[in-house]
Design a protein around this ligand. Structure first.
Ligand code: ATP
Ligand code: MG
Length: 139
C-alpha cells in the first residue's frame, strides 16, 4: 500500500525568483496538507549528504553546489498516494519534458535548476523527512 507522506524542497532558484508563494498555492490546491515546513539554507556538506544517492554521477557536483547556493523551503506533505501524486504535480526532471501545468514546467529553468524536489519512494520520503524535521516539528 502506498504511503500518505512525501517530502519536498523549493530549490534556491525558485526562492530567488520569488516563486515560493505560487508553488505553495499549487501544492495546497492539489490537496496536499503541510505537516512540517522550514525556511533554511543547506551548506555544501549537507547538500552532499542529502543527495548521497547520486554520489559518483556526473551531475552530483553541480547539483550539490546549486542546492547549497541559497535558501530553500523544506516541507513534509500529506495526502493519499502522496509520493506518486506529488511527482505528477511537479512533472519530469527535465522541464522541457514536463507536462503543461506542472510546477517544473511553470517554474523550472533547466534540468539542473529545476525549481522543486519530490521524494521518489515512500522509503525515501521518510529518510528525507527525518533529515530535516524532528517529531516535535510535525503537526
Ligand atoms: P529531485 O530528486 O531533485 O526531486 P528527480 O527525482 O526528478 O529530482 P533525480 O534523478 O533524483 O531527479 O536527480 C536529482 C537532481 O539532479 C535533479 O533534480 C536534477 O536537478 C539533477 N539531475 C538529474 N539528472 C541530471 C542530468 N542528467 N543532468 C543534470 N542534472 C541532473
Ligand atoms: Mg530524486
Amino acid at each position: 500500500m502506498s504511503g500518505n507522506q512525501t517530502f519536498t524542497m523549493i530549490k534556491p532558484i525558485a526562492v530567488k525568483k520569488n516563486h515560493i508563494g505560487p508553488i505553495l498555492h499549487m501544492i495546497n490546491e492539489a490537496g496536499f496538507r503541510i505537516k512540517a515546513m522550514k525556511f533554511t539554507h543547506l551548506n555544501k556538506q549537507q547538500a552532499m549528504e542529502f543527495y548521497s544517492v547520486h554520489v559518483g554521477k556526473p551531475f552530483y557536483e553541480e547539483l550539490t553546489t546549486f542546492m547549497s547556493s541559497g535558501p530553500i523551503v523544506a516541507a513534509i506533505l500529506e495526502k493519499e498516494n502522496a509520493v506518486e501524486d506529488f511527482r505528477k504535480l511537479i512533472g519530469a526532471t527535465d522541464p522541457a519534458k514536463a507536462a503543461e501545468g506542472t510546477i517544473r514546467k511553470l517554474f523550472a529553468e533547466s534540468m539542473s535548476h529545476n525549481a522543486v524536489h519530490g521524494s521518489d519512494s515512500d522509503e525515501n520520503a521518510i529518510i528525507e523527512s527525518d533529515f530535516f524535521f524532528s517529531k516535535i516539528d510535525r503537526y
